[in-house]
Design a protein around this ligand. Structure first.
Ligand code: SF4
Ligand code: SF4
Length: 54
């Protein structure tokens, strides 16, 4: 995943991941992509289009 500079770390993307693979930690998003099923829910959930699939 690519996290854009304008990410506000609101946690919306983390909240929708069915596998809880995204953690918001201070000013970083941490992805555990081992089990990512590429459903794109996290990308679609971002209100400011700050998340992009590589
Ligand atoms: S939903 Fe968007 S702005 Fe919010 S933490 Fe995720 S990438 Fe950042
Ligand atoms: S694409 Fe789906 S499974 Fe992968 S991190 Fe985003 S919400 Fe989670």
């Amino acid at each position: 995943m690519i996290v854009k500079d304008w990410c506000s770390f609101c946690g919306e993307c983390a909240g929708v991941c069915p596998r809880n693979l995204i953690t918001v930690k201070e000013y970083a998003l941490i992805f555990d992509d081992s089990e990512c099923r590429e459903c794109n829910l996290c990308v679609d959930a971002c209100p400011i289009t700050a998340l992009e699939r590589e």
